[in-house]
Design a protein around this ligand. Structure first.
Ligand SMILES: Cc1cc2nc3c(=O)[nH]c(=O)nc-3n(C[C@H](O)[C@H](O)[C@H](O)COP(=O)(O)OP(=O)(O)OC[C@H]3O[C@@H](n4cnc5c(N)ncnc54)[C@H](O)[C@@H]3O)c2cc1C
Length: 393
């Protein structure tokens, strides 16, 4: 039972992957750790992650899979708590996992099993978790003072692990960014990332009927390219390749889509140069029917292949290899998996995650300006940065 004044060694605000990992590590070191969250459940984002199966890490974890104003910042924490360390935790608790593709590891038994591991490890480390706990103020005098609906917490260390702005329906807020600013720390510009992109009005009227159709493609923008499915939605484009490129796309940019990344369509056209087959029937061999019907209707006048002039064939190849779309925007934080930007890494120690200007104040996880690509990199950053701070709080 909470008394009105709680003295702890460390108070962690945010019971997500980063905050809970930090608490476990601090607790193992004998620190009295309390985790506070306004939500009624711990680990809500872990629960929804990976479509409920939790893509908990990626075997290819490395700084090249993260976006930050300082691309070197994540290296220290990531090298001290690796995908192998996360796997060891699953193995210790007898939880199976499997690799899907590109090093992405998923739980065999759903994301709840990861939350159970974290809960058990937290209990063993003596961590206290206070849910449904609203915070009314944080300040620093001799100790950090966190006033909440369930009493006041005093601690030597305060860790902010409140994540980004995405998915407000499960508890995301800008609390951590505000705390940083109140303590005089810079926050880099924030925007939704790993998010579906929306069509402009004209494209929407053309493509909305393709909602549900998925095409394997390579999507590029601003010198980045991702290979994977693109999915037509009733608002625009989604699917792994689009989510990935959304983190590199800025308002007004055009995205370039190679609709046949695995295939030399020019060679096929040369082989079939004298064919009497209709172009749309030939292309239908490589695409979902609904998609290619619409595409042909828009960009080519279908006729037997032999009737095309060479320059028309070249034009079709060009359009297939570089279909250009200028999105109107993104679906925003309500659909974004993560927030790009956060507490400026120049303000923090990459070894401890402590604020250079405010001793005892730490920022970990998604609230920091370190954003992973799709594929388990964001949870790995949350675990690793939480673990890093947990060794010093
Ligand atoms: C739908 C979805 C699917 C995803 N799938 C994956 C995936 O498969 N693999 C992957 O690596 N990443 C995935 N991510 C991203 C990943 O879940 C996050 O990057 C990661 O969980 C962030 O961890 P965190 O601990 O920093 O923050 P969070 O998990 O967001 O935790 C922050 C905590 O702070 C609490 N909080 C916020 N504001 C306050 C406040 N004012 N007072 C008190 N408490 C507060 C919140 O309730 C929350 O519990 C996904 C994200 C979403 C939205």
């Amino acid at each position: 039972m909470l008394t009105s004044l709680m003295e702890r060694d460390v108070v962690i605000i945010g019971a997500g992957a980063a905050g809970l990992m930090c608490a476990i590590e601090a607790g193992r070191r004998g620190r009295r750790a309390s985790v506070i969250d306004h939500s009624g459940k711990a680990g809500q984002k872990i629960r929804v992650s990976g479509g409920g199966n939790c893509n908990f890490t990626n075997l290819n974890t490395g700084p090249e899979h993260y976006i930050s104003q300082n691309p070197h910042f994540c290296k220290s924490a990531l090298s001290r708590f690796t995908p192998g360390d996360v796997i060891s935790l699953l193995v210790k608790h007898g939880i199976g996992y499997h690799e899907k593709e590109n090093g992405q590891l998923f739980c065999d038994e759903g994301s709840g099993s990861i939350i159970n591991i974290i809960r058990k490890e937290g209990e063993a480390a003596g961590v206290q978790i206070h849910l449904n706990c609203r915070i009314s103020g944080t300040r620093k005098q001799e100790f950090f003072n966190v006033a909440t609906s369930r009493g006041t917490f005093l601690s030597k260390s305060l860790v902010i692990a409140t994540g980004g702005l995405s998915y407000p329906k499960i508890g995301a807020t800008g609390f951590g960014h505000k705390v940083a600013e109140n303590f005089g720390l810079k926050v880099t510009p924030l925007r939704p990332a790993l998010v579906p992109l929306t069509f402009n009005r004209k494209d929407l009227s053309i493509f909305s009927e393709l909602s549900g159709v998925s095409v394997k493609a390579k999507v590029g923008c601003n010198n980045k390219e991702f290979y994977g499915n693109i999915l037509f939605t009733h608002k625009g484009l989604s699917g792994p390749a689009i989510l990935q490129i959304s983190s590199y796309w800025n308002n007004g940019d055009t995205i370039h889509i190679d609709l046949l990344p695995d295939f030399n369509i020019r060679e096929t056209f040369i082989e079939k140069r004298q064919s009497r087959m209709e172009m749309k029937n030939l292309l239908a061999l490589y695409f979902p029917k609904r998609f290619i019907q619409k595409w042909c209707e828009l960009y080519i006048r279908s006729k037997p292949v032999y009737q095309y002039a060479d320059k028309d064939i070249e034009d079709i190849v060009r359009r297939l290899k570089n279909w250009e779309i200028k999105p109107a925007g993104s679906e925003g934080y309500s659909s974004a998996e993560v927030t790009l930007g956060g507490v400026d890494t120049n303000e923090l120690s990459s070894k401890t995650m402590e604020a250079k200007k405010v001793p005892g104040l730490y920022f970990i996880g998604e609230v920091v300006d370190v954003t992973g690509q799709l594929g388990g990199y964001n949870l790995q950053w949350a675990w690793a940065s939480g673990h890093a701070a947990g060794q010093f709080v």
